[in-house]
Design a binder for this molecule. Structure first.
Ligand SMILES: Cc1cc2nc3c(=O)[nH]c(=O)nc-3n(C[C@H](O)[C@H](O)[C@H](O)COP(=O)(O)OP(=O)(O)OC[C@H]3O[C@@H](n4cnc5c(N)ncnc54)[C@H](O)[C@@H]3O)c2cc1C
Ligand code: SF4
Length: 837
């Protein structure tokens, strides 16, 4: 039997999902799958497009690699636009001249950004925000620009504005409506959001109708209907979307008056052999501009084509996003026509706004808006969708965590049919049965159910459900450090503090389960001892607790040599010290590189040379940079008000002071920091564990940021602080983190898992809600007062120096280390070069 052709026009997120659903459902392989992809690369994750600016590559964002298409027999016409549909002959033609006949045609052409016909909009420097090529264009243009405006203060507009700020530009948001995100939030919420966004250094202009883009070929400004104007040299248009329905129009399919291919409950167009899905489909006069409804449509059409029955009946448009570092969520119906009640909780100081809309009798939740703290989103959404009866006093549901009220609702209250992950359509029942069948960790659960792999908004609820179900099954949620200690890291920290125990053996003998310890508990206990007592990690009694980097106070490299990283507080260094670094590098043949943390790494040091290298550096006034330790790394800074014409405070002096205060303090993981002299943020403080940004009135403190593998934008903790208060808050933050975080947990992950999040942290640190601030202050002062340079200790102690040898019984270097010269410096030899040597 010959196969039927299913042709998909458009290989975006929904087109790709449709192909995957077809592969899954077409078990008898009755269909040929053919797709036209206009873009130069197969479908990628548009939802996380902005992560391209924080280092993700096009490859990282790709949904399925090109091999996936070929391996599964899918014909993909890459960079080839479908240009016409001949409905009579059932043929699709492409720009490259390909002609394919179809039995079933699926339109998944998505939408394009709406660009208002403002005079001058075609000028160089005006962009839209939809594809990787758009972002590449923005990055290139930003190199020669300084000020950007985004037209449109909706969800995507704010994301684009953050992107322009991340590109180092002064960023403005221009919105036609009287508030931000007019489609998702109400007036009061809009005001709070505006305040938060402005506190992040972006300017917001409301009630502004753009009348002209000014410039002579290139953009240099924009003028508004009210007679005002704004000087900018880059503009991003984010004024809504328009369905890509041009092919459908041309071949006579029915389209809506404002665009979109009209579909019925089966997602069929007025031609029964043509379906439309995703952002091009107009269902009940509505275009669904989110990925989850598109994925649902893809599944429904694949089910029908492969012989099943399924219909679309609309979709929930609830959303939860992190916008410019702040949570914004809206769920259910926020503009109900029927009589309803409002419960509103506003805290302009903390920047939170929460509104619940309930039925007149107060029993059912209709919808809600959460700004600044959306931790309750998952639960509230489920209560709305599943019509779960509200508790007597529904305000409990939105009170900040830690305010003493018991949570009125948990995963147990949900019916099995509750949809937990809307992107992948995974129900509570699916998740629970996966856990029962052995998926007892979050990664395992994600990989077998796909829950949490789309926009990620449901991950907290999935985790909650996992822990809850494990408990129900009688499987303890195991938080023990390891088999040797039936305590959490936090529990052990408290034991060490309370008992004063200062070595591993005593701790194991008195509070452990016997045995000798393992690779998990030894370094964790080593780190606790160092954090509590500021004990020397290199002391002989701690030797077995050290990981290999701590053992030699240096980071081991791929060829077995080590790196040497002297501390350069705040990145400020004298010419004399630079010369010493150069001399040391020359004498020991080291490769030198300036790092992102504003210091100089020296690579290729042999272990037996480390003491002599460090002696020279210490004699010149350097100290250990702790690049090898779970400790403070660097406090990066810009030149601030001392040199920079935009600077409002002396960021360099503060960075040096902060770095010197916290250097050497051991923590569950490494800690990075930065200080910027103004909101232009040249030091990238918001990507650090704690970041400080100067304001006209003092300093803003940001907490829990991270770059690296899992970037996280830091949360604004407190604004306009004087220096004394700033340092006090950082002291408490670091001590509370050291005290309560699990082993090897960065502040970003710790903060995300901290019940009550940043709000709770404010209560602990500012309001002393746990009554521990005096203790935190005193512990930090102890650590600051007992600082010692680990390398200075090492070179002054002949016993300790004995360990810096390649061979136990001689001082000879390892002859297997081979280096090659490249760009006038050494690098490790690769395998081929080693074989030849
Ligand atoms: C920056 C950004 C952030 C977003 N964030 C979120 C979010 O947080 N949550 C959320 O739910 N949604 C978000 N969205 C929206 C989400 O990305 C879309 O809903 C989703 O991508 C729609 O998928 P689609 O396949 O219908 O359209 P698209 O992804 O646009 O794919 C359509 C594809 O079809 C191609 N095409 C069009 N015409 C033709 C033709 N004639 N021949 C060949 N190919 C053609 C297009 O080039 C495109 O590649 C975001 C979107 C953007 C741009
Ligand atoms: S003060 Fe610092 S952050 Fe501000 S523009 Fe100057 S260098 Fe950049």
């Amino acid at each position: 039997m010959s196969k039927e052709n299913v042709v998909v026009i458009g290989n975006g997120m929904v087109g790709c999902k449709f192909l995957a659903a077809m592969l899954q459902k077409d078990s008898e392989q009755r269909f040929n799958l053919i797709t036209f992809c206009e873009e130069p690369r197969p479908a990628y994750d548009r939802v996380h497009l902005s992560e391209y600016f924080s280092g993700k590559t096009a490859e990282d964002l790709t949904l399925q690699p090109i091999d996936w298409y070929t391996d599964n027999g899918i014909t993909i016409h890459l960079e080839d636009k479908a240009v016409s549909i001949d409905r009579e002959a059932k043929l699709v033609r492409s720009a490259k001249g390909v002609e394919v006949s179809y039995d079933v045609l699926v339109l998944a052409t998505g939408s394009s950004p709406f660009v208002p016909p403002v005079p001058g909009i075609e000028k160089e420097g005006v962009f839209v925000y939809r594809t990787i090529e758009d972002l590449e264009g923005m990055m290139e243009h930003a190199k020669s620009a300084s000020k950007a405006a985004v037209i449109g203060g909706g969800l995507l507009g704010l994301e684009a504005a953050k992107a322009t700020q991340d590109l180092g530009l002064e960023s403005h948001v221009v919105e036609f409506a009287p508030r931000l995100m007019p489609r998702q939030i109400d007036e009061a919420g809009g005001e709070i959001l505006k305040d938060i966004i402005e506190s992040r250094g972006l300017s917001v202009h409301l009630n502004k109708a753009t009348t002209e883009i000014l410039g002579d070929g290139k953009v240099f400004g924009m003028s508004f209907k009210d007679g005002s104007s704004l000087e900018v040299d880059m503009i991003v248009v984010s004024a809504g979307i328009r369905p890509r329905d041009e092919l459908a129009r041309d071949c006579g399919l029915e389209v809506g008056p404002r665009g979109g291919v009209v579909v019925d409950d089966k997602l069929q167009t007025n031609d029964p052999s043509i379906f439309a899905i995703g952002e091009v489909a107009l269902y009940n006069n509505f275009i669904y501009g989110l990925v989850a409804p598109g994925y649902n449509m893809a599944d429904i059409v694949a089910t029908q084509i492969t012989g099943g029955q399924a219909e679309f009946h609309g979709a929930d448009m609830s959303t939860k996003l992190k916008l410019i570092g702040t949570d914004v969520a809206s769920f259910g119906n926020i503009e109900p026509q029927e009589p309803h009640r409002n419960i509103v909780l506003t805290d302009p100081v903390k920047g939170t706004y929460k509104r619940l809309l309930t039925s007149q009798d107060g029993k059912q939740l209709i919808g809600g808006i959460l700004i600044g703290d959306a931790d309750a989103y998952g639960n509230l959404l489920q209560m709305t969708l599943n019509q779960i009866e509200l508790p007597e006093d529904p305000i409990q549901l939105i009170l900040p965590a830690g305010s003493g009220t018991a949570p009125a609702f948990g995963p147990a209250a949900l019916p099995d049919s509750a949809q937990i992950c809307s992107c992948e359509n995974v129900s509570k029942g699916d998740i629970c049965s996966a856990i029962e069948n052995g998926a007892t960790t979050l990664p395992a659960l994600k990989s077998c159910t796909k829950a949490g792999t789309g926009c990620g908004g449901c991950v907290p609820l999935v985790t909650n459900l996992l822990n809850h179900t494990l408990k129900e099954l009688g499987q303890e949620v195991n938080t023990d450090l390891c088999e040797h200690f039936s305590h959490t890291r936090q529990g052990l920290y408290e034991i060490v503090r309370a008992t004063g125990i200062d070595n591993f053996d005593t701790l194991l003998a008195t509070h452990g389960n016997g045995g000798r310890g393992c690779e998990i508990c030894k370094p964790a206990v080593g780190s606790i001892l160092a954090s509590v007592h500021n004990d020397k990690v290199i002391a002989p009694r701690n030797r077995k607790l050290q990981d290999s980097n701590d053992r030699y106070l240096a980071n081991i490299q791929k060829d077995g040599t080590y790196s040497v990283v002297p501390r350069v507080p705040g990145g400020e260094i004298t010419p004399e010290k630079l010369i010493v670094i150069g001399e040391v590098a020359n004498e020991y043949g080291l490769y030198t590189k300036i790092t992102g943390g504003q210091r100089i790494d020296l690579f290729g040091a042999k272990v037996n040379d480390l003491p002599a290298i460090w002696k020279k550096l210490i004699d010149a006034g350097f100290e250990s940079g702790h690049a090898y330790g779970k400790a403070l790394r660097t406090v990066k800074s810009c030149v601030g008000s001392t040199w920079c014409r935009f600077g409002v405070q002396d960021s360099t002096s503060l960075a040096i002071e902060v770095e010197n205060r916290y250097k050497g303090i051991r923590a569950p993981h490494k800690i990075k920091s930065a200080v910027s002299g103004c909101t232009r943020e040249c030091a990238e403080a918001q990507s650090k564990d704690f970041g400080i940004i100067a304001t006209e009135k003092g300093w803003n403190l940001y907490l829990g940021g991270n770059g690296g593998m899992k970037p996280r934008h830091a949360d604004l903790f407190a604004a306009d602080l004087d220096k004394e208060t700033l340092i006090k808050y950082i002291d408490r933050y670091l001590m509370f983190y050291i005290k309560t975080a699990d082993k090897l947990t960065r502040t970003s992950v710790w903060l995300d898992s901290l019940e009550g999040g940043i709000e709770h942290l404010r209560e602990v640190i500012i309001e002393d809600s746990l009554g521990i601030c005096a203790e935190l202050d005193q512990q930090m002062q102890h650590l600051v007062d007992t600082y010692h340079c680990e390398w200075k200790d090492a070179i002054e102690d002949p016993e300790k120096l004995k360990r810096f040898r390649h061979f136990g019984n001689t001082d000879e270097s390892d002859p297997t280390i081979k280096h090659i010269l490249e760009r006038e410096q050494i690098r490790p030899a690769n395998e081929e070069e080693l074989a030849k040597a």
